[in-house]
Design a protein. Structure first.
Length: 129
């Protein structure tokens, strides 16, 4: 079962009020801000998350594996059940509106995902900007 296709079908079925591209983009931005707000609340209000804000040391002549292993200063492993659920819901809303935008553009999310994986496999670290 293709979950991305299922999500696209659900977005097509349930997004009936003003499914214009600009409205979908606005909803994506709103939900992205809500996701950021929820993560910041987990760190600042609840305290179950820690976001690293200190400047991290960068070793000289480090290779890719060493750079990847460097600590970020974040600790998101102790999210409480409430914050975890809220963050999942916020991320789910972003996925819903991404599927809705894909429908509006007549794109297949599975094809987009496959293409992105192929690009990552080909370019690896050099693709990241």
């Amino acid at each position: 079962m293709n979950k991305l296709l299922d999500l696209q079908q659900k977005a097509d079925e349930y997004l009936v009020v003003n499914p214009a591209a600009l409205q979908i983009l606005l909803q994506m931005q709103i939900n992205c801000l809500r996701l950021q707000q929820s993560l910041l609340a987990a760190a600042n209000t609840c305290g179950c998350a820690k976001l690293g804000t200190d400047k991290l040391p960068l070793p000289e002549n480090a290779d890719w594996k060493q750079l990847k292993a460097l600590p970020t200063g974040d600790d998101l492993t102790k999210l409480c059940p409430n914050c975890r659920l809220e963050l999942q819901e916020r991320l789910g809303a972003l996925l819903f509106y991404a599927a809705a935008l894909a429908n509006t553009l007549n794109f297949d999310l599975t094809e987009i995902c496959d293409r992105e994986i192929d690009k990552l496999d080909l370019l690896g670290y050099f693709m990241m900007q």
